[in-house]
Design a protein around this ligand. Structure first.
Ligand SMILES: *Cc1c(COP(=O)(O)O)cnc(C)c1O
Length: 428
């Protein structure tokens, strides 16, 4: 499609957009009385209007039923978390039994490593990407030390080539082969948080299995953003937070995928609690743990119902729209944003360098842009004008136009504001 950098053209795209009506289902913050242009759905998704109703319902049930709410609430609490599995399984390409919702992301990765990082003998190394999200670095390093190894020896980082912005699949495969039978676990962010690069998860998972390692994925930036087929790719485990693309609210519960081949393994180590116990017998308070025959066996505590309510509200919308429609719009709006950036770059004496892969299959919603010659003042200027972006040192802005609620006109308006911001600085 031939794009045009004009308001008229952007409005036409919005008119043709089948998802445009969902914009009104979200609440936008305002700056100077106007709704912001929100590019940080990859950090904290906007609040769905329906979230409040779901929370209010719990507050009402708690007030009116108190403890009886566990069984007699509108949506009973004892099995509240089970309401997520089927819908969330569609988002990540899994069987419902392989998906559960609990705790928060880094906590879940630690818990999953109890099961899937079991170093012994020669096999004790973890392969991850260089400059992983800090929480992942701390998590991996502390796990390695917990097992008595030296992080400098036990953590093997995949590196980018000099002068390149993204990882090459061939280099990842090469590294896995090289570490070979010393590799206990491959654990990578499926979508890189800094560049937005999508890893070839199917190929890398297979390569990890070929050397006898477990393979897990941190999908913080993947869930609700890209097409995932965790079952088909034979991934061992994955976890993601829900407050980024999945719009569940700050710090909300994390989703986990645990491949069904591990569900009935008697000898799999796991940290256990009563919410993972056979649900029919949970309240019999028997002394011996009987795991649920699903990913729910990894549940520990009773679920934080109030926190989960907005996540459920949001998930209902994902279910209504479906990932294919979201991905279709995502591809178009990201391509349009990329076009607008290139057009603005021609108009101003500046050089933008998009460090996110140019190919659609290697990226999701996020474009990370190096603003050569620009500083943090530009970021502040954008903020003042109601454009919320994410700034990362040294001078990268991350732009993620979430397809649920961002419009093509937002992309056009952003381009105009960016241009004014750069030109006004060049004049002074
Ligand atoms: C956002 C993000 C996290 C956040 O972890 P929490 O435990 O939810 O605070 C972790 N890892 C990655 C890769 C992320 O992008």
């Amino acid at each position: 499609m031939q794009f045009e950098n004009s308001r008229k053209f952007a409005r036409q795209l919005d008119k043709e957009d089948k998802l445009s009506k969902y914009r009104d289902e979200f609440i936008f913050p305002r700056v100077n009385g106007k709704e912001v242009i929100y590019f940080v759905g990859n950090s904290l998704g906007l609040q769905p209007r329906s979230a409040k109703k779901y929370v209010d319902e719990i507050m009402k049930d708690w007030a009116e039923l108190a403890v009886e709410g566990h069984f007699y609430a509108e949506k009973s609490w004892w099995d509240y978390h089970e309401r997520f599995s089927e819908k969330l399984a569609k988002v990540v390409g899994a069987n419902p039994s392989e998906v559960t919702v609990m705790n928060t992301l880094t906590v879940n990765l630690h818990l999953l490593m109890v099961s899937f990082y079991r170093p012994s003998g020669k096999r004790y190394k973890i392969i991850c990407e260089e400059k992983a999200f800090p929480s992942d670095q701390y998590m991996i390093s502390s796990q390695v030390r917990f097992h008595g190894y030296d992080p400098d020896d036990a953590i093997v980082e995949i590196k980018k080539r000099d002068g390149e912005n993204n990882f090459r699949t061939e280099d990842v495969l090469e590294k896995i082969k090289e570490v070979g039978e010393e590799c206990a676990l491959v654990l990578i962010g499926g979508v890189n948080y800094y560049t937005g690069q999508v890893f070839d998860m199917e190929t890398i998972t297979k390569a990890g299995h070929d050397v006898g390692a477990f393979v897990g994925w941190d999908l913080a930036h993947g869930a609700g953003n890209i097409e995932l087929k965790l079952s088909e790719w034979n991934v061992d485990f994955a976890a993601w937070c829900s407050y980024k693309y999945m719009n569940s609210g700050p710090g909300n519960a994390s989703g986990c995928f645990i491949n069904q081949k591990y569900h009935n393994k008697k000898d799999i180590p796991r940290f256990e609690g009563w919410w993972g116990h056979n649900k029919e017998r949970r309240f019999l308070m028997e002394p011996e743990f009987q795991p649920e025959p699903t990913a729910d066996a990894w549940q520990i505590s009773n679920a934080p119902i109030l926190a989960m309510a907005p996540y459920l509200a949001s998930l209902e919308m994902f279910d209504e729209v479906g990932m294919p429609a979201l991905i279709e719009k995502r591809n178009k709006i990201v391509a349009y944003l990329e076009f607008v950036l290139h057009e603005i770059d021609k108009d101003v004496d500046s050089t933008f360098e998009i460090i996110t892969p140019a190919e659609q299959e290697n990226r999701g919603t996020q474009l990370s842009v190096f603003l050569h010659g620009e500083g943090k003042e530009l970021f502040r200027y954008l903020m003042d004008k109601g454009v919320i972006t994410d700034w990362r040192e040294p001078n990268v802005i991350r732009l993620a136009p979430a397809p649920f609620y961002c419009s093509f006109e937002d992309m056009y308006n952003f381009g105009q504001i960016l241009k004014e911001g750069i030109l006004s600085k060049q004049k002074t």
